[in-house]
Design a protein around this ligand. Structure first.
Ligand SMILES: [Ca+2]
Ligand SMILES: [Ca+2]
Length: 293
């Protein structure tokens, strides 16, 4: 446990929430949502958000050819319960784990590649689709790639941006794409048509973004702060983090809870009002985070 974990008052979590019996009165909602996933040390960690206890460790196989580095990066759970992982760097795969069968499937796309930075490798899920970022290493231009888990060729879009660091599905039903200049582009989830873009101050591009049902954007910066930005770009709030190294990934639940991952294995829990962050130490290396569904 992080030394501060028991000292910080945090009102966003119902400590008595029992996922086995929870209903809508439970702060973290039904269906085991007191739990979350993170990637660290070639594995997916499945942990209890109330205590930080690691309940399961799922080793992510190296899907790449022999010798190619395979480091699991961002992850997200699909609507049907599978876990999609951005698996690798220079030769990445979309690796999908089915907890029901404990089996993995791996797919990739020609010319898909990523810069070797610990914060890079954004991934998001929507229905049977998985979105991943592409950097301008092999291809001349960065892009987002949409994989269809039901089959078919991957779709490339958002082509021509600077290197894209994160992609997420907003609770407003739009797709958010954040590049390394702090620009956020918004796309239609179904048609992939560009909608609009805005600039948010994340200090560096090494960051992540999510959006709530009203289109407010929450960005987390490598420089250890988070911002809440209105749909018109107005900064509404800012939250500074102490005692962490570099924050870079985040996830948002419909109940307003926000989970943030950082470079030395600490998870920070806050919410859309930017309540005092509650730290949980679950690993010693960089963690991408995703709420369990
Ligand atoms: Ca992310
Ligand atoms: Ca994530």
């Amino acid at each position: 446990m992080h030394p501060e974990a028991t000292e910080v008052a945090y009102t966003g979590i119902d400590e008595d929430c029992d996922p086995a019996t929870s209903d809508d009165d439970c702060e973290f909602g039904p269906h085991g949502s007191c739990f979350a996933y993170a990637t660290a040390d070639e594995s997916i960690l499945y942990f209890d958000l109330r205590t930080g206890e690691i309940l399961d460790t799922i080793v992510v196989p190296n899907a790449a050819e022999e010798g190619a580095r395979s480091e699991p990066r961002d992850l997200a759970q699909t609507d049907d319960g599978r876990i999609a992982v951005f698996n690798g760097t220079f030769e990445p795969y979309l690796s999908v784990y089915d907890p029901a069968t404990t089996e993995w499937t791996h797919v990739t796309a020609p010319d898909w590649a990523l810069t070797n930075m610990v914060y890079a490798g954004g991934l998001a899920t929507y229905d049977h689709f998985v979105f991943v970022v592409n950097h301008s290493i092999i291809t001349a231009e960065a892009a987002v790639i949409r994989f269809d888990l039901d089959g078919g060729e991957p779709t490339w879009f958002a082509v021509g941006r600077t290197d894209i660091q994160d992609v997420s599905v907003g609770l407003d039903g739009l797709l958010y794409v954040q590049d390394d200049l702090g620009e956020v582009q918004i796309y239609d989830l179904e048609t992939l048509e560009f909608q609009r873009e805005l600039s948010i101050d994340l200090a560096t591009g090494e960051a992540g973004v999510v959006a709530d049902a009203d289109g407010n954007i929450y960005g987390v910066s490598w420089s250890n702060f988070a911002v809440k930005v209105a749909p018109d770009g107005t900064e509404l709030a800012r939250l500074d983090f102490d005692g962490v190294v570099n924050t870079f990934d985040l996830d948002l639940r419909a109940n307003g809870s926000i989970l943030i991952g950082e470079r030395k294995g600490t998870i920070l829990q806050t919410d859309t009002s930017f309540a005092t962050p509650r730290p949980l130490s679950i690993a010693s290396t960089s963690v991408f985070v995703a709420y369990a569904r």
